[in-house]
Design a protein around this ligand. Structure first.
Ligand code: SF4
Length: 237
């Protein structure tokens, strides 16, 4: 990935923000059937200095920073996590967004409580992908387990990501997902599946349905952000 693909600013977003895409040690889970995103990883000897240079670009102009990496925030080297918080304090950034897997929800809750005492609101984001647990666990292999009430997930996570357009999904499944997500989470990211290096395939008919019937409605809702392509946030390749 090119250096310039690791920083972006979204002044026009409903939540104006700066975004950094940092390099971590790689997703500890790596089992989701649709994902090859965990390939952006490297040893601390490489990533700490790279991340430091990416973070130098953060100005704090919006008071809101989104830190993304391939996997969960906790897979960033400790030195990078420390630098992120230093920058938040230096630049008066009071809202920090990050991602973490459900299996790390206790750690996420702890960090949220800890940062609240330092005046930083942590907004954890989780890739739920779908609330259809059978599909999520048996086909996507998401590793969240069964019987996870959306309200319980939302006690820790403020934001969630849905994934739509994979073979085997349906418009009905999506309608249900978006209704649940919008009810419980303050921000919802809808990722449209793009073919990648995994065996999972996009369903072009489903994506056409989405673009025609769902996208126009969702674009009017400021709490929903639709990413038709993986690079729509201005970071990544
Ligand atoms: S979707 Fe997230 S949790 Fe799943 S393998 Fe990819 S990086 Fe890991």
């Amino acid at each position: 990935m090119k250096f310039e693909e690791r920083y972006s600013r979204l002044p026009e977003d409903a939540l104006p923000q700066e975004i950094v895409l940092l390099m971590g040690r790689g997703c500890f889970y790596k089992k989701c059937s649709f994902c090859d995103y965990h390939m952006d990883s490297g040893p601390d000897s490489e990533s700490v200095s790279l991340n430091g240079r990416v973070l130098e670009q953060v100005t704090g102009e919006f008071g809101r920073l989104v830190v993304l990496n391939s996997g969960s925030y906790f897979e960033l080297p400790e030195a990078t996590q420390k630098r992120v918080l230093e920058i938040c304090h230096q630049k008066k950034i009071r809202h920090l967004h990050m991602e973490s897997h459900w299996l790390l929800h206790e750690k996420t809750r702890f960090l949220k409580d800890e940062l609240a005492q330092e005046g930083i609101s942590l907004h954890p984001r989780i890739g739920i992908e779908t609330f259809d647990e059978q599909y999520r666990e048996a086909v996507m292999h998401k590793g969240m387990g069964y019987n996870q009430a959306p309200s319980a997930i939302a006690e820790v996570y403020d934001e969630c990501c849905l994934l739509f357009g994979m073979t085997g999904q349906s418009p009905e499944q999506f309608e249900e997902d978006i209704a649940i997500a919008a009810k419980y989470f303050s921000r919802v990211y809808v990722n449209i599946f793009n073919d990648n290096s995994t065996a999972v395939k996009a369903d072009p008919e489903l994506i056409r349905w989405f673009a025609r019937y769902s996208l126009p409605k969702l674009q009017k809702d400021p709490k929903i952000c639709v990413l038709m392509n993986n690079t729509d946030l201005g970071v990544g390749d």
